[in-house]
Ligand binder design. Structure first.
Ligand SMILES: [Zn+2]
Length: 295
């Protein structure tokens, strides 16, 4: 009978949990190799194929599983510093579980007021895909996932509309003003007359908006391999006159992918895809705060 590692995977909730399963007992050691990287040495072979698993859950970026001279190695690349604890379960299946803690990220998000603005709504349908998917419905789903996720990790996220209602931009921005928001994120989809055009893009206002927008579009590329169609400044964002709102908080509109592309329209029907979009957007928000807006 073959013996060795059969399965390696990561799940995410209040921590990132790496699970290593084997059909025989194995010894292990865990070493910190770089600032945010760990190497797990396992004293047995691989049964599963060597692989680099792309996680990008916000903390764990990638997990690489390799075999060298009858031993297996798992390289865990993290985005931020994290401590870990280990649980080993022995049985027919030996299971090693490593919990990476999220306190760095929850500290970053703690009490940040984040306004999520699902574009369009009500009579304003937004763009329509070839198979009749409507932008106004897609963006509210993504907004719900994003709000739940941000609040779960300690932020204070609020949606400008929770229902399918018509709203103007002034009312949406008014919400952000009232709540003294730290970040304002509009959610949209891209549309192009050429149905082969695909990918994500964004608009922003001001220097902070540019940094936030850039980080979010980059994370959509990492997590979902969406093509980066670029970002540009839009002077029409935050058009409340005689108000310094614009200078205070970054305002971005993210066109999460292209609804006129039949493949991406198909993805937008999938709850799993929409949830993954929300993960990528949150990753971009955290990275923006860590690198550019930490107080
Ligand atoms: Zn739109």
């Amino acid at each position: 009978m073959n013996s060795g590692i059969t399965n390696v995977y990561v799940t995410t909730s209040d921590c990132s949990t790496l699970v290593v399963e084997a059909i025989t007992p194995f010894r292990y050691t865990i070493n910190k190799t770089l600032r945010n990287a760990y190497e797990i040495n396992l004293g047995c072979k691989l049964i599963m194929a060597p692989d680099t698993i792309r996680i990008f859950d916000g903390l764990v970026n990638t997990v690489t599983v390799i075999e060298k001279k009858d031993k297996s190695f798992i390289l865990v690349n993290l985005e931020y510093p994290s401590s870990y604890r280990v649980k080993l379960e022995q049985g027919v299946l030996q299971k090693l579980t490593i919990f990476f803690d999220w306190s760095f990220i929850t500290n970053i998000l703690n009490n940040k007021v984040i306004i999520i603005d699902p574009g369009h709504g009500g009579r304003d349908l937004g763009y329509r895909g070839y198979i009749n998917l409507l932008e106004k419905n897609v963006v509210i789903d993504i907004a719900n996932y994003l709000k739940q996720r941000l609040n779960f990790y300690g932020a204070h996220a609020i949606m400008t509309r929770e229902k399918d209602i018509t709203m103007n931009l002034t009312d949406r921005i008014e919400t952000a003003l009232l709540l003294e928001a730290d970040i304002f994120i509009g959610l949209h989809t891209n549309w192009d007359s050429d149905k082969y055009v695909n990918g994500a893009k964004g608009t922003y206002k001001g220097e902070k908006g540019q940094l936030l927008c850039d980080n979010i579009i980059e994370e959509l590329g990492k997590k979902l391999r969406l093509q980066n169609l670029g970002i540009r400044e839009d002077a029409n964002l935050c058009v409340i006159k005689e108000n310094h709102y614009v200078n205070k908080i970054p305002h971005v509109n993210i066109e999460v992918c292209t609804i006129s592309n039949p493949v991406e329209e198909g993805w937008l029907r999938s709850p799993v895809f929409k949830e993954r979009v929300a993960v990528a957007i949150m990753n971009g928000i955290v990275r923006y705060i860590v690198w550019h807006a930490r107080l």
